[in-house]
Design a protein around this ligand. Structure first.
Ligand code: NAD
Length: 550
């Protein structure tokens, strides 16, 4: 008999309909709620269910208006790391959690998704104030967080089913298999970036939990308030208190200590290339060293990791492309959330004759000049602020270099009322001639788009691949042969044909890169959970050979 295995009718969470004024009214109410509940509050660590406000805290400013403090955040120290690990290690809850089936744990992810949905407007408003997202972008992220949790719950159940359906047992021989969490006891960590503070935290955390780990979650410094509310939502959904600790604090102390701790065996990290490289080296060293003076359960060197990092993403515009369609996608991909998406387009390669190139640059320049820049709370602004002073200065310097090298084509304008209030920079278009310049190679993570001309499609593909990253890429073309060549020759984790290159959707476009962009894991894909599990098989001889004598 053939058994059918499927992820039962997964539906993505629908986006809000922003044409209704009720939606905008709800957002205004939620902004007031965040201002009245969060501002001035010290957000604690959570270890074994206990909230701890630390003596040392740091504040989070609204990037659109730096005079506004969104809240204070407790900063964990190394003793807090030790305590959180001890809770995870010695807890009965943790043992019991690890012994449950994938399917049993999946229910908690669905309940957490429901909790996020209930707080939808709160999370939208919080992300607008804490990281400067537009309401649309923030709503998309809430949907993504819900999708990731519900999808991983479905995947967990699917893997349970696959286990039983894929094994044959013969008469006298019983074969069973199961997926087990990594590490004894299974302790995982999730270290995440600020630019998707809800979705990219909820997904890996949910994956670590559903695969049986006690998880320690360290959010990015810039988005720890969203992180705190997310951790609370998991706990409110019934995740046992020893199974999820929340440790806000500095990456270079708390994050590094968590990564290096010998008891931590599963690591979910998303962030910059530099930190990814450090974590990778640390795992390599650990996995090649036997530490004799540790207890047997910890001594053996195996850490597993899902490591996702940045990109230097590209769109190729072929000479027969529909410019009208391409323009919208280019602007959205390059300047949405001020270019602060890992998938953002930072290189545009235009092929064909110079006339086509000039026409495209002219149209793009008009579009860039027309993009209003200001706080996302005011609906008329399309481009918002950079995340913090450090990012502002880094991108501003890059823009100044382009200007002094006479590469600048055009910039947009920041509304003068807000120039000094927040970390606003205008979108910028820069013409490049050199693929190996620093600006063409480094991830800028801001609203700067470099444009290159390629004499033909061959050269365009060569240029597209001339980077250490391989995250997203797109091509606009009406030539089926070129489309096919782009698919087979461009090295990127996600390739988009005649559409924008940001906004991957769970279960439809599993997301993740190669080379320095990632180690091949696909967030929002059916196999993501496998990164955090080992597979075990049991074969039993069930033939009876006589009765034991009592
Ligand atoms: P980051 O690397 O500075 O920080 C990421 C996380 O790592 C933070 O929580 C930080 O506190 C922590 N951290 C910092 N130093 C650490 C250390 N030495 N050891 C352990 N942890 C440490 O990145 P960011 O600025 O928060 O995020 C932006 C980056 O993330 C960009 O490069 C972007 O492309 C990338 N990103 C990638 C994806 C993807 O799916 N591939 C998604 C979102 C963001």
């Amino acid at each position: 008999m053939t058994q059918t295995i499927s992820i039962s009718e997964f539906h993505n969470e629908p986006l809000l309909d922003f044409s209704h004024c009720e939606v905008w009214n709800n957002i205004q109410t939620a902004l007031c709620e965040v201002r009245s509940t969060t501002f001035g509050t010290i957000h604690p660590l959570i270890i074994g269910g206990e909230e701890k406000r630390t003596k040392i805290t740091f504040s989070r400013k609204n990037p659109s208006d730096v005079s506004e403090i969104v809240g204070f955040i407790s900063s964990a120290c190394l003793e807090d790391v030790t305590r959180a690990i001890a809770v995870a290690k010695n807890s009965r809850q943790a043992k019991e959690w690890a012994s449950r089936s994938l399917g049993e744990r999946a229910e908690y992810l669905r309940k957490t998704a429901d909790g996020i949905r209930e707080k939808r407007y709160f999370f939208i408003a919080l992300m607008m104030l804490e990281v400067g997202k537009s309401a649309h972008e923030a709503d998309g992220e809430v949907c993504e967080a819900i999708d990731l949790l519900r999808y991983y719950a479905d995947c967990a159940e699917l893997l349970d089913q696959l286990n039983s359906a894929s094994l044959r047992s013969l008469p006298g021989e019983k074969n069973t298999g199961r997926y087990i969490p990594i590490g004894v006891p299974p302790i995982g960590i999730s270290i995440q970036p600020w630019n998707f503070p809800l979705a990219i935290s909820a997904g890996p955390l949910g994956a670590g939990l559903v695969t049986g780990h006690a998880m320690i979650y360290k959010p990015a410094e810039q988005s720890s308030i969203t992180g705190y509310h997310l951790a609370k939502t998991f706990l409110d959904a019934g995740i046992p208190e020893d199974i999820l600790c929340f440790l806000s604090g500095e990456g270079e102390s708390v994050g590094r200590e968590l990564v290096r701790h010998p008891a931590v065996k599963a690591i979910a990290f998303t962030g910059s290339k530099a930190v990814r490289e450090e974590i990778e080296k640390s795992i390599f060293t650990f996995n090649h060293t036997l530490i004799h003076d540790l207890p047997p359960s910890e001594r053996f060197p195996k850490k597993a990791a899902a490591l996702e990092a940045g990109g230097k993403n590209v769109i190729i515009i072929d000479n027969d492309a529909d410019i009208d369609e391409a323009l919208v996608a280019i602007c959205d991909s390059a300047f949405g959330f001020s270019g602060q998406k890992c998938s953002a387009c930072s290189r545009l390669i235009v092929t064909g004759n110079r006339g086509f190139y000039s026409a495209l640059i002219e149209r793009l320049s008009e579009a860039v000049q027309d993009m209003p820049v200001g706080p996302p709370e005011m609906l008329k602004y399309i481009v918002g602020p950079l995340i913090d002073r450090c990012a502002y200065e880094r991108v501003a310097m890059c823009m100044a270099d382009a200007k002094s090298e006479k590469r600048l084509v055009v910039t947009g304008t920041v509304d003068p009322e807000y120039v000094k209030k927040g970390y606003f920079l205008p979108p910028m278009l820069v013409e490049e001639s050199n693929c190996s310049s620093l600006r063409s190679q480094k991830e800028i993570f801001g609203p700067l788009l470099s444009v290159f001309w390629a004499k033909d499609f061959d050269e365009a593909i060569r240029m597209a691949n001339d980077t250490e990253y391989a995250l997203t890429a797109g091509v606009y073309s009406r030539n089926p042969e070129h489309v096919q060549r782009a698919i087979s020759e461009i090295n990127a984790g996600n390739i988009y044909i005649n559409k924008k290159i940001t906004g991957a959707i769970v279960a439809r476009q599993p997301f993740g890169g190669h080379k320095m962009s990632g180690n091949g894991t696909k967030a929002g894909g059916w196999d993501y959970l496998l990164s955090f599990m080992d597979r075990q098989h049991i074969s039993e001889d069930t033939m009876r050979r006589g009765t034991p004598i009592e």
